[in-house]
Design a protein around this ligand. Structure first.
Ligand code: ADP
Ligand code: MG
Length: 707
């Protein structure tokens, strides 16, 4: 967008110096174009009035509109604490309107006995409704106000922004900006060719921008949203698909042509079970990449317990049989130690040397590992973040497996690359199945493999939700299970911000459980992050050997821990965990043959979202469905935590959780466009280039550098 759109917003009616400054600081808006490209995130139907008794606590902080009569007004409090309080009623009830700022001015505008249209977000205190800083106008004003349509856009705002520019002022500013922009025919030249628009049923950019701000009907609003989402996702796809093609054109992958002795003797004589069909398929996919001459970048998704470790180990043997080293990086010490133990066991009798390196490796272990890695004597290195520290020098690293990838920062992954002249093959394994849409966006330039089959004989885990008040019932159930010789996990949340309280909860819980489950009948182990690594290991080992009936732990045991005899997972304060975390924790049971249970304990008062999460957990064991839902409940940015790449593409209007269909459409269109003009360098594609780069500017992480 050029010309008039690059004009400073200062000159738009209703803006001026002060508001311009706030808009720039709070929203990064400098030009008319910036302003018009900030879309409402929701709409209210201003033709809809509610009565006071229709508004209940479930509507807290959503916008509502009332028609009510002022029956009293007063100033309350002193000095800077002073506020202006209005009592208003309709035929069904009363509401309190509150102002903390500009109160003298507001007071003059409000007459007792008069009827007003009140617009704002209600809050409730002891079932009494109040609205802080509502917008208010007389019924006559409201009737005379020329309405573009019944819909009013609500723009993203900050506290500062909404103080300086109230909703209605924002509306009229946008309107004025539109008036200026629409006089310039060059302002909204459509970047999408006519044929494409017709093929995909898209309205013009100009109509879309107009209707996104001032919807003329709900149908036009839908079409406007569709068009603008399309543009945004097309920009994303043009970036991703170009990168993918570019990566595919590079010939820089190590070749592992041989299927050698170690692989064969493991596969034919040592493997303790037969691989599932899905495991076999995925191993083949990986092998195909390893003989392609291109560097592999593969994301392996498989629900908890689907047997990813075996896939990792066997494909590492492929690397080793071809004279290369391989490493596997785990997110926690416990998990690294567990992988080490099972891989060392798998490797017995093979000609493969396995070693471990973690942050808490003693200097002797550490030195031995470092030397062995540098000399090439060690074939497989298992570890934590310690693997990517500067002192770690491989002899010839050919293959890297990253387990439970969402725990790793992107920068950390990038570090692995610099350990080699030539990038090793990469397999990223995740047990948090990433919804397809998100995978397409985040990993559009990665290949994806899926293990969609659990090893045979697993019974679905039964999940129940109990309130704290039914704790005794839960204890009774635990006794029954322990009497059958089963083992139980009890997990407490550990959230960084409230770490202290969390540890207190854990210790209180430990004490109370020790009282209810006394020795010698019950043996209890405890494991949390504040313990020394040796002590943690000792606890885990005790539990693993069946020498403890109950393991009390923080979510450190979330990933990977494997104790087949454990059949009950109790999650305390389950409402504080995210869905994918809950699902991960649940995956710790149901690993042996026995019927397993997951018990979600929660406080009696639950937020709407908290309740939705617990209900979803009880309803399904399907990790994919849960992660789709998680995405819907939390939004994409959050789903893998900030250290993950959820923020790689900051989307303005498209929604990764729901816009799957547009995402797929834009991918096809992007490929079609790139087929004839891979770099978008032709003149007719110059606007598409802008669409792509608008996006790039916001992208914080370049995936081509890391994968
Ligand atoms: P995850 O995919 O969650 O990392 P693991 O690799 O830890 O799962 O495997 C879970 C359990 O299933 C382990 O005890 C593992 O030995 C076992 N397992 C893996 N593959 C099979 C299989 N094909 N048949 C039977 N058991 C298997
Ligand atoms: Mg695992």
């Amino acid at each position: 967008m050029q010309g008039v759109l690059s004009k400073d917003i200062k000159y738009v009616g209703g803006v001026g110096e002060v508001r311009a400054k706030v808009l720039e600081r709070e929203a990064g808006v400098r030009t008319i174009g910036d302003l018009l490209m900030r879309f409402p995130f929701r709409y209210i139907d201003r033709s809809r009035l509610m009565t006071i008794n229709q508004v209940d606590e479930s509507m807290e902080s959503t916008y509502i509109q009332l028609r009510c009569r002022v029956v009293g007004k007063s100033f309350v409090g002193e000095g800077s604490r002073q506020r202006f309080v209005v009592e208003a009623i309709d035929a069904t009830g009363s509401v309190e309107l509150l102002w903390f700022q500009g109160i003298k001015w507001i007071e003059k505008r409000i007459e007792s006995g008069r009827e007003y249209i009140v617009f704002g977000r209600p809050s409730f205190y002891r079932s009494r409704m109040s609205i802080v800083h509502p917008e208010i106008e007389t019924v006559e004003q409201a009737l005379s106000r020329k309405q573009e349509s019944g819909f009013q856009g609500i723009y993203p705002s900050t506290e500062k922004l909404s103080q300086t520019i109230p909703i209605k002022a924002m509306q009229s500013i946008i309107h004025n900006a539109w008036q200026i922009a629409s006089t310039d025919p060059s302002a909204f030249v459509d970047p999408l060719p006519e044929v494409l628009r017709r093929r995909c049923g898209l309205i013009s950019l100009r109509d879309a921008i107009y209707n996104i701000h001032f919807p003329q009907s709900s149908e036009l609003l839908r079409q406007a949203q569709y068009r603008l989402k399309f543009d945004e996702l097309l920009g994303v796809q043009l970036t991703i698909q170009a990168r993918r093609t570019e990566r595919h054109s590079r010939n820089n992958g190590f070749l592992f042509p041989r299927v050698g002795d170690n692989f064969n003797s493991f596969f034919h004589t040592k493997i303790p079970f037969s691989l599932t069909g899905a495991q076999q398929r995925v191993i083949k996919e990986i092998r195909t990449d390893m003989i392609s001459g291109k560097q592999m970048n593969r994301l392996l998704q498989g629900d908890v317990g689907s047997g990813k470790t075996m896939v990792a180990f066997m494909t590492m043997l492929l690397a080793v049989d071809n004279g290369f080293q391989a490493c596997i990086m785990a997110p926690t010490e416990i998990l690294a130690r567990q992988h080490y133990a099972s891989m060392a066991r798998f490797a017995e009798g093979l000609n493969v040397k396995v070693a471990i390196l973690t942050g808490s490796s003693k200097s002797k272990e550490r030195r031995a590992s470092l030397e062995g890695i540098a000399s090439g004597e060690i074939d497989i290195l298992v570890g934590t973040h310690a693997l990517i520290e500067d002192g770690v020098q491989f002899n010839n690293l050919g293959y890297v497996v990253i387990d439970e990838q969402h725990r790793f920062g992107v920068e950390q992954r990038a570090k692995l690359w610099t350990k080699n002249q030539q990038p090793p093959h990469i397999l990223v394994m995740t047990a948090t199945p990433i919804p397809r849409t998100l995978a397409m966006t985040l990993y559009g330039d990665l290949e994806v493999s899926v293990i969609d089959e659990l090893p045979p004989g697993r019974q679905p885990i039964r999940t129940y939700h109990y309130y704290d008040s039914s704790r005794l019932k839960m204890f009774g159930f635990l006794r029954q299970e322990i009497a059958k010789g089963r083992q139980v996990y009890i997990v407490y949340p550990l959230i960084k911000e409230s770490e202290k309280m969390d540890y207190k909860d854990l210790h209180d819980g430990y004490e109370s459980i020790s009282r209810d489950f006394p020795l010698p009948q019950y043996r209890i182990a405890i494991c949390h992050g504040k313990m020394k690594p040796e002590d943690k290991d000792a606890s885990m080992a005790q539990f693993k050997r069946g020498e403890a009936d109950i393991l009390i732990a923080t979510s450190v045991i979330e990933v990977g821990v494997d104790v087949p005899n454990a059949t009950v997972m109790v999650i305390e304060s389950a409402e504080r965990f995210g869905l994918s975390q809950l699902h991960q924790l649940r995956g710790r049971v149901g690993r042996g043959g026995g019927q397993s249970y997951c018990i979600l304990m929660s406080g009696d008062k639950l937020s709407k979202e908290g309740r939705a999460r617990l209900e979803a957990m009880c309803a399904t064991n399907d990790g994919f469905r849960l992660s789709e839902l998680d995405l819907k409940l939390r939004g994409a940015g959050d789903i893998h935590g900030t250290q993950q790449s959820g923020e790689a593409f900051e989307l303005n209007i498209a929604n990764l959780a729901t816009d799957t269909q547009i995402m797929e459409l834009t991918r096809d269109e992007a490929l079609r466009i790139l087929a004839s003009d891979p770099t978008l360098s032709s003149a007719e594609n110059s606007l598409l280039r802008e669409l792509r780069d608008r996006h790039k500017r916001r992208e914080r992480i370049d995936f081509s550098d890391i994968s």
